[in-house]
Ligand binder design. Structure first.
Ligand code: ACO
Length: 425
């Protein structure tokens, strides 16, 4: 893997006020985003590109021969994508969670053996003490299968009952996406599965995306998985970045529910490519050493070199400033959309990047420290996995209870950031 020595720019970058896509919701068959409306009453639902049914007829049964053809045998590729299950549901409930981390643990002491750092520096500046990194046999896919199995078990949902699997990751095991592999290994024969890439904001974006499939598409059971293995992309000789990251996967099962049971109370999602210079993993195109086409065979075509990725580059100070300014804004935006204020929050669950960011954002929002969920001491920054991993731990330990309101917020590369206010259970 190539590393770049490009010095990060120190020019200060201010998150601009950009139009937000917030609080989109359906009222009387109408999806409304600020200033624009799309009517969705009586939409047509397309099943596996073959069968079509109207919104009024969502429970219409497919002919049994169609269903037979759609069934998928284990290990076999089926063009139809399996039996399609579509049910009515406008709200979404969070009914299951699960998580998985690799066994390999790297403590701050261990890190200080190969970069010039100390447990004191890392824990004081970041709050991180340990992180897990992929070991033998671990992949983003295997961790995601384990996390998803636990979420399905908690939700009491069978793999074949899953309609959609969203894998939020920026580090898939296959450039083309790992979601279908997770789907295959889980046995979710009837699900559509695809990846969603938005770095550390990925899970919040995936969560909101999943609710739109339930609300507008009639999907019933949706698995949203956040998983990353940034250990593959950090420069392990760069003490400014390698101390921060860990690998993990976390999953939530969302289930269609009535409007009054809806768990998504409000959201505010944003992005701005102007900030990319502060945090990126860029593609690195090698020069093709072979003679150019014109020299070898007369063709003007010069083959592109084989691509790989550079190591993660970050201007930590700028990302820190961005996070403490932009995150409170989106949490407030999402709360406003939900008709709530910060006093109504039971838990603040931010992307677990740095304890000082968590402290600063909660101070700005006047949320007391005892309501802030934090587990980054054990896992570091696990990118898209950090929110579902922390939520799963909090649910399983009995901290987060049914009916609790959790304000989540992700932020990171892109730059992307966003908040979703959700109710557990
Ligand atoms: N150990 C010891 N010293 C170190 C280390 C280390 N691991 N890293 C840096 N230093 C030194 C620096 O060289 C510098 O020394 P100098 O003063 O002699 O030049 C000094 O410590 C201060 O370095 P800074 O980089 O200014 O330290 P800072 O207080 O900004 O902390 C940190 C760095 C922890 C990275 C912080 O900026 C941060 O957390 N930023 C936010 C990162 C983040 O949230 N990313 C989220 C998105 S991730 C994603 O989307 C994939």
């Amino acid at each position: 893997m190539a590393t770049t020595a490009a010095a990060p720019t120190l020019r200060s970058w201010a998150a601009p006020a950009v139009p937000s896509l917030r609080g989109a919701g359906i009222a009387d068959g109408r999806v409304s985003f600020r200033g624009a409306q799309w009517r969705v009453s009586s939409p047509m639902y397309v099943l596996g590109c073959r069968a079509v049914m109207s919104a009024e007829n969502r429970d219409v049964s497919l002919a049994s021969s169609e269903l037979e053809r759609g069934k998928q045998n284990e290990g076999e590729f089926s063009h139809s994508g399996g039996e399609q299950r579509r049910r009515v549901g406008r709200g979404s409930r969070l009914v299951g969670s699960g998580s998985a981390v690799p066994k390999t643990l790297i403590s701050n002491e261990e890190l200080s053996k190969f970069v010039e750092t100390s447990d004191e520096w890392i824990s004081v500046r970041t709050g991180i003490r340990n992180r897990r990194v992929l070991g033998e046999g671990d992949t983003v896919t295997t961790l995601s299968v384990e996390a998803s199995r636990k979420a399905l078990e908690m939700a009491n949902v069978k793999p074949e009952e899953v309609d959609l699997l969203l894998l939020c990751t920026s580090t898939p095991d296959d450039l083309f996406g790992s979601a279908p592999q997770v789907q295959k290994l889980l046995g979710c024969h009837n699900a559509l599965a695809f990846d969603l890439t938005a770095a550390c904001s990925g899970f919040v974006l995936g969560l909101v995306t999943a609710t739109r499939f339930i609300r507008g598409g009639g999907y019933k059971n949706v698995l949203v998985v956040g998983a990353d293995a940034l250990s593959r992309y950090v420069d392990w000789t760069d003490r400014g970045t390698c101390i921060l990251f860990g690998d993990a996967s976390g999953a939530l099962l969302l289930q269609a529910a009535t409007d009054d049971q809806d768990s998504l109370l409000g959201f505010d999602l944003r992005s701005d490519g102007n900030g990319q210079k502060h945090l990126h993993v860029k593609i690195d195109n090698e020069e093709d050493p072979s003679p150019s086409g014109a020299e070898s065979n007369g063709s003007a075509f010069k083959k592109p070199g084989k691509a790989s990725y550079e190591c993660l580059q970050m201007n930590g100070k700028e990302v820190f400033r961005f996070a403490v300014r932009a995150v409170p804004q989106v949490v407030e935006g999402a709360l406003q959309e939900a008709g709530l204020s910060s006093e109504n929050i039971d838990w603040l669950l931010l992307h677990q990047a740095n304890q000082r960011i968590l402290d600063s954002v909660s101070d700005r929002l006047h949320i007391p420290a005892e309501k802030v969920i934090s587990n980054l001491a054990n896992y570091g920054n696990t990118s898209a996995a950090s929110i579902p991993l922390a939520l799963d731990e909090a649910v399983r330990s009995g901290k987060v209870k049914a009916g609790d309101v959790v304000a989540t917020a992700g932020f990171g590369a892109g730059l992307t950031w966003g908040s979703a206010i959700v109710k557990w259970g």
